[in-house]
Write a protein that binds this ligand. Structure first.
Ligand code: PAF
Length: 302
């Protein structure tokens, strides 16, 4: 695996990889890699001839009260993991290569970025959209892969790609990969390392409480009542506060207040012992299953 830190070298390396018409998948990361990231790399390898991973701790997506300096940096360890997974090229630029002196551009994706984590972390998604747009322009991949764990981020990036005609990768080439979970169900995250043993044990109650809420929502229970019960359950488990617990349309992320008739997502952010955890689960049948159902209904004349 080659590692490049300068844009001019990246362009040369990408051109080499492209020889013979080979396809390229991009897996953007901020490092501190875990199995969740590696699952993106594995999925990328199945879909393209070469995988390029990026590691860049993006300062513009950190708020003033968020500790950018404390974000874990472990480039040697991360690059060993990526090499082991067959990544062809690692793009690991320093900050000044991405944000040169005088940098003055920012991308705001309105609507989908505004609620949930966007409300709790002002400016966060502007930073994400800006750096991801730059990564797409720098690498010009055919596809890019992101974890569904950061579901709102995925929705923001898809919206941006569609709106800005980012042909490589087009919104349809932005692939969301299902959240990887620990054995007890907790979504994998680089933040889990900040939980002490007791809070780590309690945090496993988050996906359990969410699954119970999904089951109630799918049975047609009152949305407000389910969300209130979910918030209460999380506080009962030992979470200090719940930033949000919401049901949203899976595509637009518009909040839903009645049982969903189209694919929806249950989204939660909650804090425990100073660590903010997020998770999300699908609610309702998948689009594919819904299509099959309506096709079957049509065949029956129903
Ligand atoms: O999900 C992340 O790790 C980051 O938000 C991303 C997409 C790499 C942009 O910095």
């Amino acid at each position: 695996m080659e590692t490049v830190t300068r844009l001019e070298n990246l362009r040369i390396a990408v051109e080499k990889l492209r020889e013979g018409g080979a396809t390229i998948a991009l897996v953007p990361t901020m490092g501190a890699l875990h199995e969740g990231h590696l699952s993106l790399v594995r999925a990328a390898r199945e879909r393209a001839d070469h995988v390029i991973a990026s590691i860049f701790v993006n300062p513009t997506q950190f708020g003033a009260n968020e500790d950018l300096a404390a974000y874990p940096r472990q480039l040697a360890e991360d690059s060993g993991m990526l090499e082991g997974e067959g990544v062809a090229l690692l793009w690991a630029p320093p900050v000044e290569e991405v944000y040169p002196e005088g940098f003055a551009t920012s991308i705001t994706v309105s609507g989908v970025s505004e609620d949930f984590c966007g409300a709790a972390r002002p400016g966060h998604f502007d930073g994400v959209a800006t750096v991801v747009c730059k990564l797409f322009n720098q690498v010009a991949p055919d596809i890019a892969l992101f974890g569904e764990k950061d579901y709102q981020q995925l929705a923001v990036i898809r919206r941006m790609a569609r709106d800005l005609d980012l042909l490589r990768p087009h919104a349809d080439d932005i692939i969301g990969i299902a959240t990887m979970r620990e054995d007890d169900g907790l979504a994998m995250s680089s933040r889990n390392r900040y939980l002490g043993p007791e809070n780590r044990r309690r945090a496993a109650g988050l996906p359990i409480a969410m699954r119970a809420a999904v089951s109630d929502l799918e049975s047609g229970a009152d949305v407000d009542a389910v969300l209130n019960a979910l918030r209460a359950a999380l506080l009962d488990i030992g979470f200090d506060s719940v930033d949000y617990a919401a049901l949203a349309d899976a595509g637009s992320l518009e909040k839903l207040t009645s049982p969903p008739t189209a694919p929806a997502r249950l989204l939660v952010a909650a804090r425990i012992g100073g660590t903010r955890l997020i998770d999300n689960l699908e609610v309702g049948r998948s689009e594919e299953a819904q299509n099959e159902l309506s096709a079957a209904r049509c065949r029956l004349g129903a």
